[in-house]
Ligand binder design. Structure first.
Ligand code: URA
Length: 195
């Protein structure tokens, strides 16, 4: 059977390969299945766990605002997370939890085939570049050649940005996020990638 996003959603519901799945709902990504731009956060929070959808709490509202600030809509992009379950008390996901959930993110990327991936924050950036720091990498495009399976490789642009939740605790980051989204807009326009 051909793998699709709805099928992936069903398979995730049956999966128990991550200890977090005992106490939390699965939260797969959502959005445009043909999106050119894919945003990837860290892990679901309380609201996301309640509704089973990514970025629907306070950080999600700010992300919607940032996306709107460059003339795009949430429905035109795809939004997901590295970890598919809420860690207790929103603690950082462990390296083991990130590793266990990694195949789901890889499958989502393989299905969406985005031109630009925007990791939000250090956990997501670390999925693509293990040694890069978000404080130096944010707001700039990086090229990544990645394996698409069966010996094939593909190029994708990684455009890291701070996690929107960070700006909810640190007001100075709010402007940095808006500035980074303007850089992202410029990058997309230069490449002719339109909403
Ligand atoms: N923070 C994340 O990293 N992901 C969500 O889905 C919500 C908040």
């Amino acid at each position: 059977m051909e793998l699709t996003l709805p099928l992936l959603q069903e398979k995730l519901k049956e999966w128990n390969g991550c200890a977090l799945s005992r106490n939390a709902k699965p939260v797969l990504g959502e959005g445009n299945p043909n999106a050119a731009v894919m945003f990837i956060g860290e892990a679901p929070g309380e609201k996301e766990d309640e509704l089973g959808r990514p970025f629907v709490g306070a950080a999600g509202k700010f992300l919607d605002e940032l996306i709107a600030s460059i003339g795009w809509k949430r429905s035109q992009v795809y939004i997901s997370n590295v970890v598919k379950y809420r860690p207790p008390q929103n603690r950082d996901p462990t390296p083991e939890e990130k590793e266990q959930c990694m195949p789901w993110l890889k499958l989502e990327i393989a299905l969406i085939k985005p031109k630009v991936i925007v990791p939000l924050g250090r956990h997501s950036l670390g999925h693509f570049f293990t040694k890069m720091s978000i404080s130096t990498a944010h707001g700039n495009a990086q090229k990544l050649t990645h394996s698409t399976g069966s010996g094939q490789t593909d190029d994708v642009t990684i455009f890291p940005i701070y996690h929107p939740a960070a700006a909810l605790h640190n007001g100075n980051l709010r402007q940095a996020l808006f500035d980074d989204f303007q850089n992202l807009k410029k990058h997309l326009e230069e490449r002719g990638i339109a909403p």
